[in-house]
Design a protein. Structure first.
Length: 122
C-alpha cells in the first residue's frame, strides 16, 4: 500500500530494522515488568475513591508559540483558547508576557487576535 514510501537502499533498511528491533525489545521489557516475573498480568490499581475527579488546571489566558529549534524563540502570540496554539511548542504566558512579546515584534495570531484583545494598537 505504501511501497513508494519505503527506502530502496539496503543500508537504510538495515538501520530501520535495527531501530525497530531495539524498540520491540524495549516494549517486551516493559511488558514483562508490567506482567511480573511469573508471567501473569498485574492487577490494575483500583482508585481509592470513586468520588469526583479533580478538575484540570485552567487554561492560560495567553500563550506564546515557540520555534522548534534549540533557542525556542517566540514566533506567535495567541489567546489561551486559540486552536492554533496547541501542542508542545506553546508556553503559557501572563498578560505582561504577551504585551512584551507583541511590543518586541512577535507576530499576533491572525485568528484569535491577541493584540486586539489586549487593547494594543501595534
Amino acid at each position: 500500500m505504501y511501497e513508494h514510501l519505503w527506502p530502496t537502499d539496503t543500508h537504510l533498511l538495515r538501520v530501520l530494522e535495527r531501530y525497530l528491533s531495539l524498540q520491540l525489545a524495549e516494549v517486551r521489557r516493559r511488558l514483562a515488568a508490567a506482567e511480573g516475573a511469573a508471567g501473569r498480568p498485574v492487577a490494575a490499581a483500583v482508585p481509592a475513591s470513586t468520588g469526583p475527579r479533580p478538575r484540570p488546571a485552567a487554561a492560560a489566558e495567553w500563550v506564546i508559540q515557540v520555534d522548534v529549534g534549540r533557542t525556542r524563540r517566540p514566533i506567535a502570540v495567541h489567546r489561551g483558547g486559540c486552536p492554533d496554539a496547541r501542542g508542545p511548542r506553546t508556553v503559557p504566558a501572563t498578560r505582561r508576557d504577551a504585551v512584551d512579546a507583541l511590543a518586541a515584534g512577535v507576530p499576533a495570531c491572525l485568528h484569535c487576535a491577541p493584540d486586539r484583545a489586549l487593547g494594543l494598537d501595534l
